[in-house]
Design a protein around this ligand. Structure first.
Ligand SMILES: NC(=O)c1ccc[n+]([C@@H]2O[C@H](COP(=O)([O-])OP(=O)(O)OC[C@H]3O[C@@H](n4cnc5c(N)ncnc54)[C@H](OP(=O)(O)O)[C@@H]3O)[C@@H](O)[C@H]2O)c1
Length: 294
């Protein structure tokens, strides 16, 4: 079994998830093998992934040797990928995929990813790079620029902690057709200002730690004809969408069409170091913890 680490687990650890009572085992996702199940459709040995649905928040999550989960939450997966590669996919790729669907991203679009070095951002970059979209990525860390280009970014815009409008207009004088904003809250109005006419912003993340858009005046702040949307992975366990999309993602990673977004792999006993890497913004992509290799 293995699992990817998520920014929201940092928030929970710091007491910033209002719905969580402690003590609680963290971990909102995992991949592994069914050890024991009452569901005949999920016999022992089935390879599965799970994400969200209250894991690590309403009930204990994946930072453990075994996870006890509702069977309705399990997505069976057919794959030859190593556990670590598979562990990096569910939450990051499903969130990126759902966000790109919400944005109605199409070939030919000029697509900006705000906080592209995050695990969700790197997954979005991989999805976009596979569909003939011109991509610009923001980062606050100049040393990450070259890696972002190697992962498919056509342009890198440095985010100096405020407005990115000028940097975006240097790349695309008309602005971006689509923006995935993972910083959220304080940056959403600035992302709307970076849009080309008729463009869309999807705010799927709150790396800023600010859950609301301060002084938001829709008529003033959303350019006429533009759209502001969002995607929440809390919806991924409904209607078989996630199972279908995850299988497709897994197969495309197997064939090299999509990239693995792993930053670094840690053994379970070094979870504190893994959290420190995420917390100090050193990662580029997904930090993964491995529990058992087989
Ligand atoms: N909508 C959903 O259902 C859903 C699902 C999963 C995650 N999320 C959200 O998506 C966001 C990304 O999650 P993640 O787990 O992928 O994050 P992550 O991998 O931990 O992302 C970390 C990177 O984000 C950048 N960053 C951190 N704080 C920032 C800030 N204040 N302003 C700008 N950039 C900042 C840093 O990169 P640089 O050094 O390059 O600046 C950092 O290395 C989080 O807010 C998370 O809660 C939402």
């Amino acid at each position: 079994m293995a699992f990817g680490l998520n920014r929201s687990e940092l928030f929970t650890r710091c007491g910033m998830s209002p719905t969580v009572n402690f003590p609680r085992v963290l971990g909102i996702e995992c991949v592994g093998v069914v050890e024991n199940s009452l569901d005949p459709a999920l016999p022992e040995g089935t390879v599965v992934a799970a994400a969200m649905g209250g894991m690590g928040r309403q009930f204990d999550g994946s930072y453990a040797e075994f996870a006890l989960l509702p069977t309705t939450q399990l997505m069976s997966v057919r794959t030859n990928l190593p556990w670590t590669d598979l562990a990096a996919l569910p939450e990051s790729y499903l969130t990126a995929y759902g966000s790109l669907e919400a944005l109605r991203l199409r070939p030919g679009h000029r697509f900006l990813i705000r906080a592209a070095s995050s695990s969700v951002g790197m997954a979005a970059l991989s999805l976009a790079a596979a569909m003939d979209v011109e991509v610009a990525c923001t980062t606050r860390t100049p040393s990450k620029a070259e890696s972002l280009r190697r992962h498919g970014a056509d342009h890198v815009v440095l985010d100096h902690g405020g407005s990115i409008g000028e940097g975006v207009r240097e790349v695309w004088p008309d602005g971006a057709d689509r923006v995935l904003d993972l910083v959220g809250g304080v940056t959403v109005i600035d992302s709307l200002r970076a849009l080309a006419p008729g463009g869309s912003v999807c705010n799927s993340g709150i790396l800023s730690g600010t859950w609301v858009i301060p002084q938001f005046e829709p008529l003033e702040d959303i350019p006429s004809g533009a759209t502001l949307t969002t995607f929440s992975s809390s919806a991924i366990n409904t209607g078989g969408w996630a199972q279908r999309v995850l299988q497709d993602i897994v197969e495309r990673v197997e064939t090299g069409n999509y990239r693995s977004v792993i930053d670094q792999v840690f053994p379970l006993k070094e979870l504190a170091a893994a959290h420190r890497r995420m917390e100090t913004n050193q990662a580029l992509g997904k930090v993964v913890a491995v529990v058992h290799h087989s």
